[in-house]
Design a protein around this ligand. Structure first.
Ligand SMILES: C[C@@]1(CC(=O)O)C2=NC(=C\c3[nH]c(c(CCC(=O)O)c3CC(=O)O)Cc3[nH]c(c(CC(=O)O)c3CCC(=O)O)/C=C3\N/C(=C\2)[C@@H](CCC(=O)O)[C@]3(C)CC(=O)O)/[C@H]1CCC(=O)O
Ligand SMILES: NC(=O)c1ccc[n+]([C@@H]2O[C@H](COP(=O)([O-])OP(=O)(O)OC[C@H]3O[C@@H](n4cnc5c(N)ncnc54)[C@H](O)[C@@H]3O)[C@@H](O)[C@H]2O)c1
Length: 155
């Protein structure tokens, strides 16, 4: 295929129903970012990190404290699969792709219809970074470098 890079489309997700499956290290990192952009975040997971618990108490997210079930997808506009059960992530990814629900699968880049980017947010500036799924550490280190220098560049 000639073009297979993902386009950085900046999208209004403020009213989108976002379903995050899993509430561990990766899901928590992403949910904390998403709360700056989205108002309708639901997390489904039997175990919840302390940080997720805090966000729930602040009213920033809804939590279904149980295992994922297929019907969770019925009221989801966007899905992030981030459990430590790779088979489940895969099942979710395939189901979303089949049903046209935008999905990012933390364990299977080939099942993503979008990638979760590295994000820097400063006032009205929003910067998203991807290494096209090819080098996650590079995406992280470039995000850190931009972060370190941004204030200086703005001045
Ligand atoms: C950008 C960032 C956002 C975030 O996660 O917040 C992000 N990954 C980050 C870091 C990171 N990821 C991984 C490590 C461990 C070291 C390593 O393996 O290299 C580290 C480093 C670390 O965490 O220090 C492991 C990993 N990641 C994926 C797989 C599965 C696969 O490749 O198939 C596996 C193997 C899992 C396993 O085998 O178990 C997949 C995806 N990770 C993505 C995003 C999507 C597009 C990536 C891109 O654009 O390149 C994509 C494709 C899908 C998605 O998840 O949407 C964030 C850095 C930004 C920041 O720090 O700000
Ligand atoms: N994309 C990335 O940046 C990146 C980086 C490292 C790892 N990973 C991948 O991300 C995934 C999650 O890693 P982690 O470190 O956050 O794991 P973790 O062990 O910290 O958390 C896993 C979470 O999944 C939940 N879970 C397990 N079974 C579930 C089910 N049936 N229904 C709902 N929730 C369920 C657990 O309750 C827990 O909250 C792994 O598949 C790993 O391979 C991705």
């Amino acid at each position: 295929m000639k073009n297979h890079k993902f386009f950085p489309m900046f999208v209004d997700i403020s009213q989108k129903r976002i379903l995050v499956i899993g509430a561990g290290k990766i899901a928590t990192r992403r949910i904390k970012i998403l709360t700056d952009f989205a108002n309708k975040i639901t997390v489904v997971s039997p175990h919840i990190s302390d940080e997720i618990q805090k966000l729930m108490k602040q009213g920033l997210i809804n939590v279904r404290k149980r295992e994922f079930c297929e019907s969770d997808l019925q009221d989801a506009d966007i899905v992030l699969a981030a459990t430590n059960d790779r088979e489940l992530n895969e099942k979710v990814g395939k189901s979303c792709l089949k049903n046209g629900i935008p999905v990012s699968v933390a364990s299977h880049k080939e099942l993503c219809s979008f990638y979760f980017p590295g994000i820097i947010k400063k006032d009205e500036l929003v910067i998203g970074i991807t290494a096209s799924g090819e080098d996650h550490k590079k995406a992280k280190s470039i995000r850190e470098k931009i972060n370190e220098n941004l204030n200086q560049w703005i001045e």
